[in-house]
Write a protein that binds this ligand. Sequence first.
Ligand code: SF4
Ligand code: FES
Length: 252
Amino acid sequence: MKVTLKVWRQAGPRDAKAGFRRYAVDVTPDMSFLEAFDVLNEHIVRRHEEYPEGPIAFDHDCREGICGMCSMVIDGRPHGPWAATTTCQLHMRAFKDGDEITVEPWRARAFPVIKDLVVDRSSFDRIQQAGGFISVGTGSAPDANAIPIGKAAADQAFDYAACIGCGACVAACPNASAMLFVGAKVAHLALLPQGQVERRQRVLGMVVVMDAEGFGGCTSHGECEAACPKEIDLDAISILNGELIAATLRNE
Ligand code: SF4
Ligand code: FES
């Protein structure tokens, strides 16, 4: 099948000539979306006189839905048309022969474009550094049953731990809010005994950095939940708000 990829091209962070460019590419239905970009980039490199702008820069690493790197808005949806699926796990059978597919980077002030489809998501790293960890003694791993954890809490914490930090929630939100991401991190650790020591400082620190990085507030649109490839639910934001109120009151 032949599709047209209408791709955002931007030479650098401040490229006044940035814009869309169309590329026709031959693909197979079982090709992944990123493989279609590999094929296109090989074509661009081979025909470099025709394409002086060079190959398209895009982020990827694991290509297994684990690392959260493959940040592309595809036909207006972060990670494309399949629910609960990262861009790297999207396949070309999601499209039809002759389709034109629009591909853009995440659009958010806190995720500035570096080049083409690559954005700088180090703002998420700084939020994590402000509290998304637990303090433990180093040494050999403790026995697995040394700290008993109820099944319900373990299951819920595991669901929130599934967040891969991809940023699709921010890209989908009209306010570019990072509340679902921060909610997943805070909820994951608040549910576990290991997360209790820094519980109060964690939520206060992460929310301060989240605001300072320029992410917007949550106004309950729910677009984040719909775009999340790991199906993090909006309850994460309720837990975040509860943790924030409790920590603020206890700090006064
Ligand atoms: S909450 Fe979902 S969409 Fe947001 S960063 Fe985590 S995995 Fe990605
Ligand atoms: S490349 Fe790792 S999640 Fe897509």
